[in-house]
Design a protein around this ligand. Structure first.
Ligand code: ATP
Ligand code: MG
Length: 780
């Protein structure tokens, strides 16, 4: 290292270099995706260290995720080499908050070994408090109170700071009292919750100026990545720490992109980034406009989409990648299985061309979308890793549910029995189990067989005996129902509500019943932890996936094959993760599946937060699109199984917001001519050909049909909420007769002229002659 420009500065553009070298005074780097914001931060740390402006321990660098912190550590290690001793304070707001708090725990009434409660513990604690305060938990659920507290803590509010409006929102104005009791209780338990990690730090700094002054001396440089997603508490925390010098001189550097603010639902305030210049007068603002990540087609798509948001600062973004690159491919597929098959095929093809699996990622809106991909990849033997959670079949709830089903199908499956005998809790503890094991060993039989003899003896306590007998009776009952599953072609229907008909697909229904009657579903319904909802969704997804199989044993066999061929945690693997956890990352090839209304944008977000919610969903789409370097594949399924019903999906409005010039639309053609179909008037920029015209010619359709005949058909099909088919056609011929008058949602009334399998030629009264799918037709 010498006086000449150090290596790490080479290759930076002028603005980036400016951002690295402007070490003194407040600095805001406001720039779009892939412009090198994170790179600027790491290089800046390298520069500060290299020019001996500070020791590693005098630098505080905040990232948004632990994964990002790890990556930054690696990047800094690579930049400065092994010669540098120690590491900067590098981590998420929460991890750094915890570290600070442990050092000064006694000043906020804790011991340094305090525990950090998870959501489960937190809810349990609140329940106890509500009960003690005689508050009806049915009327004022603990979960709701936990959510409110989370909000206050994210806003940096202590019990005394809670607004009047908030006070009256819960338990008739008793909020400050309850909130205070909760905080006191945490203290007694020597515990904090997640929000306290920052809130107590703020309190600590405010009440102990000497401690704060110590950190003012220590932290000579503060850096923050993804600043657009910081919340009020984080902002207050930072401001306190950055006050060592008068505001115009604070060595605080924040980088962010207002278009990538995706945590508004968790209290993030994009305003923080807009307010920076006000808080730190004289702050230098650097804009980076050159994107080093993506081809121009990808950038065009992303910029065009995000331009639909009203509340944004607006930035220019130019690619530095020479060629326009491949067009963004938008593919319309039949359903999630075809989607997974397509993605799998493409990945294998890219792999044959020499791409590493590490360079590819699938980014989903909701984690239950992962199952179809995982399953497909296991079948193909493709290595994959799920980031931010376990694989689908390794999830606790999925394993539990499978254990119940295995036991219905095979009463001698001891491993399954062990897994569920006391899940949910039935008072069958270890000592009872020991008696069962001993008996089974003595008799040389399976556990359930041993149970059947044991319940006739005095060996067990009466209570356990009764419980076990009831459990065995239940399993007998389920096994009998499994036997009585009607043959494949017996179509039973049930009127759920006027116009909504559900077809009984018996083993999937049986699975639902088993989970409900065993108390397993209820166990998760009563669980108010943050994960419970996702677990219930996964259970639904599991049951949904059964509809494809002819029998319970067929399904279980499939699962065991899939699980057996576990691909392990290989070095080279495709990443599967949610869009939220993909922030800041990049991949050569990115797949974005499930671009359908209701899924993405998510219906729940639209319902709860309206226009603001839609804009946040759009920013999430922008984050997804901008993760790709070279190749971007978006897909939309025409049918999706939700809540046991086949829904005819409407393509996401975000598809219409992609610029035609950068996009290639590929229809694997299962049903509709173009994905632009969706009943929206005027259509998009895309081909909105009559969706039924090319229905039968495409290979996609033929495949879908072959698929339909090889699996059991499922529930009815709806378009825009209207029931258009009572059951998805199973490819085995028509239930209509030539000459019959029928109703078709799109084309109205008509008379059947010809029947070929499940295709009907109909002379419509208004629309003329068309060929349509039988499943889109109703008896009038
Ligand atoms: P995001 O908003 O998605 O977090 P970012 O602005 O943090 O993106 P980086 O991840 O730092 O962007 O950089 C994007 C990619 O561009 C990285 O692969 C980085 O190494 C590369 N890059 C950044 N600056 C340059 C440069 N001057 N020359 C070449 N490559 C660069
Ligand atoms: Mg970044």
């Amino acid at each position: 290292r010498g006086a000449a420009a150090p290596d790490y500065l080479k290759g930076l553009n002028e603005e980036q270099r400016d951002a690295v070298l402007t070490t003194e005074g407040p600095l805001l780097v406001l720039a779009g995706a892939g412009t090198g914001k994170t790179r600027v931060l790491t290089t800046r740390i390298a520069h500060i260290l290299n020019s001996k402006k500070a020791w590693p321990s005098e630098i505080l660098s905040v990232t948004f995720t632990n994964k990002a912190a790890r990556e930054m550590k690696e990047r800094i290690g690579a930049l400065v080499g092994a010669g540098v001793e120690g590491m900067p304070w590098l981590g998420t707001f929460h991890s750094i908050g915890a570290r600070l708090l442990r050092r000064h725990a006694e000043l906020v009434g804790l011991r340094s070994d305090f525990t950090i409660l998870d959501t489960d513990d937190q809810i349990r604690l609140i329940k106890q408090l509500l009960e003690a305060a005689n508050i009806d938990e049915k009327r004022w659920p603990a979960r709701q109170f936990a959510g409110m507290m989370d909000n206050w803590k994210n806003r940096g509010q202590l019990p005394t700071d809670v607004s009047m409006a908030d006070r009256s929102a819960f338990a008739n104005g008793r909020i400050p009292e309850l909130y205070q009791q909760y905080q006191d209780r945490l203290k007694t338990l020597n515990a904090t919750d997640f929000g306290d990690l920052l809130l107590l730090c703020i309190k600590l700094f405010r009440e102990n100026p000497d401690v704060l002054a110590e950190y003012h001396r220590r932290f000579k440089y503060i850096l923050v990545d993804e600043y657009q997603d910081s919340n009020v508490a984080q902002y207050l925390w930072l401001r306190l720490l950055a006050q060592g010098k008068p505001a115009p001189e604070a060595n605080l550097c924040v980088v962010g992109d207002d278009d990538q603010s995706i945590y508004g639902w968790r209290g993030a305030e994009v305003d923080n980034i807009l307010r920076f210049e006000k808080d730190f007068p004289g702050a230098k603002v650097i804009r980076l406009e050159r994107n080093y990540r993506s081809t121009s087609n990808i950038l065009k798509a992303a910029s065009h989409l995000i331009a639909n948001n009203e509340s944004r600062l607006g930035k220019t973004l130019q690619t530095d990648v020479g060629e326009p690159g491949e067009l963004v491919m938008v593919t319309s597929v039949w359903d999630s299985d075809e989607e997974a098959r397509q993605v799998g095929e493409e990945i294998e093809q890219f792999q044959r061309q020499g791409d590493a699996l590490n360079s590819m990622a699938i980014l989903v809106r909701a984690s239950h979308q992962m199952r179809a991909f995982e399953e497909r990849f296991i079948t193909l033997g493709l290595n994959y890793r799920v980031i931010g959670g376990p694989r689908f079949y390794e999830r606790k709830e999925v394993r539990d549910a499978l254990a119940y089903l295995r036991l219905v199908s095979n009463p001698n499956d001891d491993l399954a029995f062990e897994r569920i005998v006391n899940t949910p809790k039935r008072g069958l503890g270890d000592s009872t189990l020991q008696i069962l094991y001993d008996a089974a060993r003595r008799q040389g039989t399976s556990l359930t067989t041993a149970v059947r003899t044991l319940v006739e003896t005095e060996e067990l306590k009466p209570k356990q005996r009764t419980t076990l007998r009831q459990l065995m009776d239940q399993f007998d009952d389920w096994a009998q129902r499994a036997q009585a599953v009607p043959p494949e072609d017996a179509v039973e229907t049930e009127e759920l509500a006027p116009g909504i008909v559900r077809r009984h697909t018996s083993h999937a229904d049986l699975a639902r019943q088993v989970l409900d009657e065993s108390g397993y579903t209820e166990m998760w319904q009563n669980d108010k932890s943050a994960e419970a909802e996702g677990r219930l969704e996964n259970l639904k997804e599991l049951v949904n996936s059964m509809e494809e199989f002819d029998s319970l044993s067929g399904f279980l066999e499939h699962v065991s094959l899939v699980m057996d061929r576990d691909t392990g945690e290989a070095d080279d693997a495709v990443s599967i993760m949610t869009l939220h956890s993909a922030k800041g990352l990049e991949f050569e090839t990115v797949f974005l599946p499930g671009w359908e209304e209701g899924l993405f944008p998510s219906q729940r977000t639209l319902d709860e937060s309206g226009r603001a919610g839609l804009e946040e969903e759009r920013r999430l789409a922008y984050v997804g699109l901008t993760r790709a370097r070279k190749r971007l594949r978006v897909s939309v399924a025409q049918n999706r199984l939700t809540h046991g019903l086949w829904q005819s999906a409407i393509p996401s409005r975000f598809l219409d917001e992609l610029p035609a010039a950068a996009v290639e639309v590929k229809d694997t053609g299962s049903a509709y001519g173009g994905y632009g179909y969706g009943g929206r008037s005027g259509g998009g920029r895309f081909d909105t050909r009559d969706p039924f015209d090319s229905l039968y010619e495409t290979p996609g359709w033929q495949r879908a049909r072959a698929q339909a005949s090889s699996r059991k058909s499922a529930g009815p099909v709806t378009i825009d909420g209207d029931l258009v088919a009572r059951s998805v056609d199973d490819g085995r011929g028509s239930k209509y007769d030539v000459g019959e008058r029928v109703f078709h949602l799109k084309f109205g009334y008509g008379r059947i002229e010809q029947i070929e399998g499940n295709k009907l030629t109909i002379e419509f009264e208004k629309a003329g002659r068309k060929k349509v799918l039988e499943s889109f037709v109703q008896k009038p």
